[in-house]
Write a protein that binds this ligand. Structure first.
Ligand code: GDP
Length: 317
């Protein structure tokens, strides 16, 4: 019988593994919970970058080159906006814009983000449940040498160049996990932490009240987003460095040490396995780079097989 899983994800790395998982697990066996700490309001629009990356990916509409936005895009809106001298650092294509206008309209009419997301999934023909981590506003602020920057300003406007000092998740104290999130964990046999940025994609999800408690006693399996000491994409490795930690798969394991039962690390990091095992975290070495569609499925298969092994080992204890 197939496992019942909850997967926690950010955008780029998260969406790729999630894509693999959805080809293997039926919708009633998999709940996807996505970071909303990257969300912000721009040009009066409600923007949810990670949710949209996951949604577009599962809809088969994601742009594989950019890692954000849609494939079949045109740019008339942005071009016209530029002529007005308006801010265009955050790029919204015409079709993407339509989604944002509609999400904002529905939210202004009082619908929570989770309801809007469910409706969009139906429209895109996505059968799996995608939950934003919360319906309440949580805003990741990156504390840098250039001052405190809302995440998208740090990441997009300033190309993640400012020196990072720390992070905070504004609004997290009052934010409730989205309806169904904690229940999904309770109903799941295991929770998967996708290869997303630990600091700004997974930590905000884990910081929501009740989430760490819900994970206690649950088999939790991660996939390292750090391969050979580097991030595949984005500032994750730089962030470890900024926090005084040498980036490595081992550093990722240590970061999640409180909650992790097992972790999949890349073949190039095989020599780190004993060090991670010594932390009490079971370690599987495999190819974790997802360059192609078959890579996503193969890694998801390995994640599920390893998870099943850990569940089995747990049940024998
Ligand atoms: P973001 O919200 O767009 O930053 O997306 P995520 O946090 O989900 O993903 C960013 C992380 O994904 C980075 O730290 C990358 O190293 C990692 N990543 C991207 N592609 C891959 C991949 O193919 N394999 C692994 N293991 N990690 C990946």
């Amino acid at each position: 019988m197939a496992l019942k899983i909850t997967a926690l994800a950010g955008g780029t790395g998260g969406a790729k593994l999630v894509d693999g998982l959805t080809t293997l697990l039926e919708p009633d066996k998999l709940t996807l919970v996505v970071n909303t700490g990257d969300d912000f309001e721009h040009l009066g629009l409600a923007i949810s970058p990670d949710l949209d990356t996951v949604t577009y990916t599962l809809a088969g509409l994601a742009n594989p080159q950019s890692g954000w936005g849609r494939t079949d895009e045109t740019w008339n809106f942005l071009q016209t906006l530029k002529e007005f001298g308006s801010p265009v650092w955050f790029r919204l294509g015409d079709r993407d814009l339509a989604l944002h206008v509609e999400r904002t309209r529905r939210m202004k009419a009082g619908l929570p983000l989770s309801d809007v997301t469910r409706a969009f999934c139906r429209i895109f023909g996505i059968d799996h449940v995608i939950l934003p981590m919360t319906d309440d506003p949580v805003r990741t602020i990156v504390e840098t040498d250039d001052g405190d920057l809302p995440f998208q300003e740090y990441f997009v406007k300033h190309s993640h160049e400012p020196q990072v000092r720390g992070f905070r998740f504004e609004g997290i104290e009052n934010a409730k996990p989205a309806p169904g999130f904690l229940q999904a964990i309770e109903d799941s046999e295991a929770v998967i932490l996708c290869p997303s940025n630990p600091w700004v994609s997974i930590d905000p999800i884990l910081a929501l009240s009740g989430v760490r408690e819900a994970l206690e006693g649950k088999v939790t399996v991660g996939v390292s987003p750090i391969i050979g000491g580097q991030a595949v994409r984005g500032p994750a490795a730089k962030m470890f460095q900024a926090m005084g930690i040498t980036p490595s798969a081992c550093a990722v394991a240590e970061h999640y040490q409180q909650i992790l039962s097992g972790i999949l690390i890349d073949e190039v990091d095989a020599e780190l396995a004993p060090e991670i095992e010594a932390l009490g975290i079971r370690t599987k070495v495999t190819q974790t780079m997802m360059k192609t569609q078959p890579d996503r499925k193969r890694l998801a298969e390995e994640v599920l097989a390893f998870t099943a092994e850990l569940i089995e080992a747990e049940s024998r204890r």
